[in-house]
Design a binder for this molecule. Structure first.
Ligand code: AKG
Ligand code: FE2
Length: 316
C-alpha cells in the first residue's frame, strides 16, 4: 500500500512541476501524499488544501482514512464553513455536545465544538475541557450510537504541552495476551456517561462512582469496524466502566489488565500541535487523550464530529 502511495506522491510532484513549467491555466487535480506516522496508526496527508478537495483527492483521503484510522493535515487555513464542509464529506455532523460550561460552539456553527482554555471578556471560558489532562477515551461511547469520528483544527496552540495522543485499538487488540483475549470473548462493557474526559460531571447527571449503577450503554468489548470489518478493542473510558455480568471486583481486575495494554510502546503516537493542523481520528478504532498545558497559555481548537451511522457490532 505504501508503495502505491509513494508513487502517487511523486506523480503529484512531477505533475505540478510540469504544469508550472508549461504555465497552464488550470491547476492540476492535487493528488495527496500519504505518509504513515506509525506502522499501526496515523498518516500525514500532504499536498492538499482542505478548503478545496477534489472528488479524486477525497477518494484517496478516504482510503488513507480507512487504512490508518487517524489523519493529520498540516498548514491549513480554514474558515468554520470550510471545516464544516470538509467534515460533512464523511457523514452527517452532530451538533456540538453540551459540556461543563454549557454548549460552547463557534458563532453561527452549532456543529463546531470549541475546545479551549481561553476566557472571554466576561471572564467565562469560551470553550470546553480547560487546560487539564484529558484521559484516554473514545468520544461519547456512552451513547447507543456513538460518533464515527472527530476532526480537531488548531487555531491557537500553547508553546508546550497540550499534545493529543492517538492509540490504535486494533493494534491493542492484537497485543492482548491469549488469556486476556479468551476472557473477553462475548463480553460487553457498560460505557459510563457520568463524566467527560476532563473529569467533569455531565450536565443533568448525578455524580456516581459506582460502576454498577452509573448511567451508560453496554457495547461489545471486541467490535468489528463497520466499514473495514477489522476487529478492534472497544474500551471507551476507564472511569465507572463495568464488564456486564461480572462481580465488580472481577470486572475491575479485567479492565485494569485491558487498560494496561494501551500504554504498551508502539501502539500510539503523540501529536505536537502547530497552528493550522487538522487531526481526525476514527472514534471506532482509536482512543485519544490530551496532555495538560500551562493554563496561562492559550489553546483554541475547533472540532467537528461525524455522527454515528450504526451501533457498535460484535467483532471476531
Ligand atoms: O484537546 C484535545 O486535544 C482533545 C480533546 C478531546 O478529547 C476531544 O476534542 O474530543
Ligand atoms: Fe475526546
Amino acid at each position: 500500500m505504501s508503495m502505491v502511495e509513494n508513487t502517487s506522491v511523486s506523480f503529484a510532484q512531477s505533475q505540478s512541476q510540469t504544469q508550472a513549467q508549461s504555465g497552464s491555466r488550470a491547476k492540476p487535480p492535487a493528488v495527496p501524499g500519504i505518509r504513515p506516522i506509525t506502522p499501526v496508526v496515523g498518516a500525514e496527508v500532504t499536498g492538499v488544501d482542505l478548503a478545496e478537495v477534489t472528488d479524486e483527492a477525497f477518494a484517496q483521503i478516504q482510503r488513507a482514512w480507512l487504512a490508518h484510522s487517524a489523519l493529520l493535515f498540516r498548514d491549513q487555513s480554514l474558515s468554520d464553513a470550510d471545516l464544516v464542509a470538509f467534515s460533512r464529506r464523511f457523514g452527517t455532523l452532530d451538533q456540538a455536545p453540551v459540556n461543563e460550561n454549557g454548549r460552547m460552539t463557534a458563532a453561527a456553527f452549532p456543529e463546531i465544538y470549541v475546545v479551549s482554555n481561553i476566557k472571554g471578556a466576561d471572564g467565562k471560558p469560551i470553550g470546553s475541557l480547560g487546560a487539564g489532562e484529558a484521559v484516554w477515551h473514545t468520544d461519547m461511547s456512552y451513547l447507543p450510537v456513538p460518533p464515527d469520528a472527530s476532526l480537531l483544527y488548531s487555531k491557537e496552540v500553547p508553546p508546550e504541552g497540550g499534545d493529543t495522543w492517538i492509540v490504535s485499538m486494533e493494534a491493542a487488540l492484537a497485543a492482548l495476551p491469549a488469556d486476556l483475549s479468551a476472557a473477553i470473548v462475548g463480553r460487553s462493557i457498560k460505557h459510563d456517561g457520568t463524566y467527560n474526559s476532563g473529569g467533569y460531571l455531565r450536565e443533568g447527571l448525578r455524580a456516581s462512582d459506582n460502576p454498577m449503577d452509573s448511567v451508560g450503554t453496554p457495547h461489545p468489548i471486541v467490535c468489528a469496524h463497520p466499514e473495514t470489518g477489522r476487529p478492534t478493542l472497544y474500551l471507551g473510558r476507564r472511569r465507572n466502566a463495568y464488564v456486564i455480568g461480572l462481580p465488580v471486583v472481577e470486572s475491575e481486575a479485567l479492565l485494569d489488565r485491558l487498560w494496561a495494554v494501551i500504554d504498551q510502546p508502539g501502539l500510539s503516537f503523540a501529536h505536537r500541535w502547530r497552528v493550522g493542523d487538522v487531526l481526525m481520528w476514527d472514534n471506532r478504532s482509536t482512543m485519544h487523550r490530551r496532555d495538560p498545558f500551562d493554563p496561562e497559555s492559550r489553546r483554541l481548537m475547533h472540532r467537528t464530529q461525524i455522527g454515528g451511522k450504526v451501533a457498535p457490532q460484535p467483532g471476531a
